[in-house]
Design a protein around this ligand. Structure first.
Ligand code: DHB
Length: 303
C-alpha cells in the first residue's frame, strides 16, 4: 500500500505535512499554484501589511556557506491586492492557505484581520518576528510575553479562523513566549522565523553585500536551533507546531517530525533545490515510512 502522506489541517485535508514558508513564492497566485502542483500541502503567503510596501532597495539577498541572509523589507502589494491573488489561487486548487500578516500593534493586526475573507482563508499566521524592520518599529514584539499575549488575544476575539503565532528565535525566552501565545488562544505556533539579523561583508568591495547591511539568517545554519526549540516547546504546549528553519532534504523534514513538529515549513530550500524540493521530500517520506513499516506520516512519532 502507498504510504499515506495526507494530514488534517484544522478540519481540512492537506496532501502533505509540507508547508510553503512565508516569503517564498507566496505572493502571486501562479507561484502558489506551482508549489502545490509540486507536492506542497499547505501554502503560507508573504506577510501582508495594510498599505502596499515597496520593500528595501537591492541587493536584498546574499548567500553564505550556511544559507542566506535577506532583508526584503516586507515588500508586498497590501492586504487588499493580496486577497485577490489568494482568491485566484483558491479557484484553482483546494490546498489550505495560511495568510501571513505583519503589524506592530494589536490595532494594526486587527485591522488586517478584518480585511481577511475567511471564506477562502484556512488560517492566519501572525508574523510577530520579522527581524528586518527594527529601525522602523523598535524591539521585536516576539521578545515580549505581554505584547504577544495582547496581539494574539485581540486577533482571537475577532476571528473564528485558526490563529498561528510565528515566533522569533532571537530571544532567550522563546518557551515562555510560546506559552503566552497558547494562553492567549493561539491555535498553533510556527517555529522559527529567521535568526539575527546577520551581516555578510564583501571583502573586495569592502562593504556589506546587502544594501540594508543586515538580514535575517535562513538555511542550514539555523536548523539545529529550530530542532531544539521545536523539541523543547512541543513538550510544553498542547497546540501543534509548524516547524521551519533550514529544512533542505527529506531527512531534515523527518528530523523535524521526530522533534515534535506537526507540519514542516520549507522556504530557503526552494532556492537551493528548485520547486520540486516538495516532491523530493514527499518521496523520502514514502520511502522512510516503507522502511519503518509505517502506514502514515502521522505514525512518525516525536521522540
Ligand atoms: C523579512 C521578513 C521576515 O519575517 C523575515 O524572517 C525575513 C525577511 C522581510 O520582508 O524583510
Amino acid at each position: 500500500m502507498e504510504p499515506n502522506l495526507s494530514v488534517d489541517f484544522f478540519g481540512k485535508i492537506a496532501a502533505s505535512p509540507l508547508v510553503l514558508a512565508s516569503g517564498v513564492m507566496g505572493i502571486s497566485y501562479s507561484g502558489m499554484l506551482k508549489v502545490v502542483e509540486n507536492g506542497c500541502g499547505i501554502i503560507t503567503t508573504k506577510s501582508y501589511t495594510v498599505q502596499r510596501r515597496k520593500g528595501h532597495e537591492g541587493p536584498v539577498v546574499a548567500e553564505f556557506n550556511g544559507g542566506f541572509i535577506n532583508s526584503m523589507g516586507l515588500s508586498n502589494p497590501g492586504i487588499y491586492e493580496g486577497m485577490k491573488e489568494i482568491a485566484d489561487c483558491k479557484k484553482r486548487c483546494d490546498a489550505p492557505i495560511i495568510i501571513s500578516l505583519f503589524g506592530v500593534t494589536a490595532a494594526e493586526f486587527t485591522e488586517l484581520v478584518r480585511a481577511v475573507d475567511s471564506s477562502i482563508i484556512d488560517a492566519i499566521e501572525l508574523n510577530l518576528s520579522c527581524p528586518n524592520v527594527a529601525d522602523e518599529y523598535g524591539i521585536p514584539i516576539a521578545a515580549s510575553t505581554e505584547k504577544v499575549f495582547e496581539i494574539v488575544s485581540a486577533v482571537k476575539s475577532i476571528t473564528k479562523l485558526p490563529v498561528i503565532a510565528k515566533l522569533s528565535p532571537n530571544t532567550y525566552n522563546v518557551p515562555e513566549i510560546a506559552l503566552s501565545a497558547e494562553k492567549a488562544g493561539a491555535d498553533a505556533l510556527t517555529l522559527i522565523n529567521t535568526l539575527g539579523p546577520g551581516m555578510i561583508i564583501d571583502i573586495n568591495a569592502q562593504k556589506p553585500v546587502i544594501l540594508n547591511k543586515f538580514g535575517g539568517i535562513s538555511g542550514a545554519a539555523i536548523k539545529p536551533l529550530a530542532v531544539k526549540l521545536i523539541y523543547e516547546i512541543s513538550k510544553l504546549v498542547k497546540i501543534p507546531i509548524i516547524g521551519t528553519g533550514g529544512v533542505l532534504t527529506g531527512e531534515d523534514a523527518v528530523e523535524f517530525l521526530l522533534a515534535g513538529a506537526a507540519y514542516v515549513g520549507v522556504g530557503t530550500a526552494v532556492y537551493y533545490n528548485g520547486i520540486d524540493v516538495f516532491a523530493k521530500i514527499n518521496a523520502f517520506f514514502s520511502s522512510y515510512l516503507r522502511q519503518n513499516n509505517l502506514a502514515s506520516v502521522r505514525d512518525i512519532k516525536p521522540i
